[in-house]
Design a protein around this ligand. Sequence first.
Ligand SMILES: [Mn+2]
Length: 323
Amino acid sequence: MNNIKDIVDFIERSNYFLVTSHINPDGDNIGSTLSMYLALKNLGKEVYYVLDDTIPKNISFLTDDISILKSDNINIKNYSVITLDCGDKKRICIEDRLIENAQKLINIDHHISNDFFGDYNYVDSDGSSTCELVYNLLSQYELVKNKSIIDEKVATSLYTGLLTDTGNFMYQSAKETSFDMAKNLLKKGAKKDLIIQKVFQSNSFNYYKLLGEALNTLKVYNNKVALISVTKEMMEKNDISFGDVDGIASYTRDIEGIEVGILLKQKDENEVKVSLRSKSYVDVSEIAKSLGGGGHKRASGCTIYDSVDNAINKVIECVLKAI
Ligand SMILES: [Mn+2]
């Protein structure tokens, strides 16, 4: 069902695109969408970057000089939509009408839960990141159409998503192809040191105050499962946005002997976002699926519409059954 060549040909003969990604943006979300946006511009296409959400602070250096539009402001015709890093059609972060009115929907993604919802699909759950798939697609484009489209900015965007989705090449998802890609992006001018500094070495003082409070909530179950919860009140008190807390999930997984790490983030009174991480063998995408979410074997998520305490009970029950 995958056909990179068909997507390359479709892009070559079309002129009008809208690119977007999923809600609660992360590095791969922004990196893959921005690189596609810039590459299409390099090809002389008319392209809109639309996302109805806020960019995390540590990724915003990529998009500072880019105009990212909200659905409200978009009134266009005869366009096609490219969704990047969206495992679920319902998580696409634009108004439904913009998807329904699109001539074609192109779905590029690496979530195991993706059901090939596009008219054209390039879905590969073995890909370390959606950025790796975009890199493959753009490289193929350059080869087949004999055009140069991966410039320094595209390379920097792609490198950012590769780095964040592989945890700095630490996760099992980082394979030989990921290192080949990194090498080639560096050759094309990816700003490696800037990315490291902005993404991993620019935390605010308040972030550490919140982290301290979050670590105080740490609980361990059956010596194999660890959980941290962050309430809305904790984020408000420390002036940290909902989208800037995801990194805390790794603290749960990184404890010796722990297989599954869980971060609960309270978005509203009765809305809790759950991030699930596993170290070596538990497929957390299955757990997330049973709770209405999805993702990858080692990193997945879902949302539970309940209080924090009830969400903890629900998640722990599911996780203990799975290990
Ligand atoms: Mn991703």
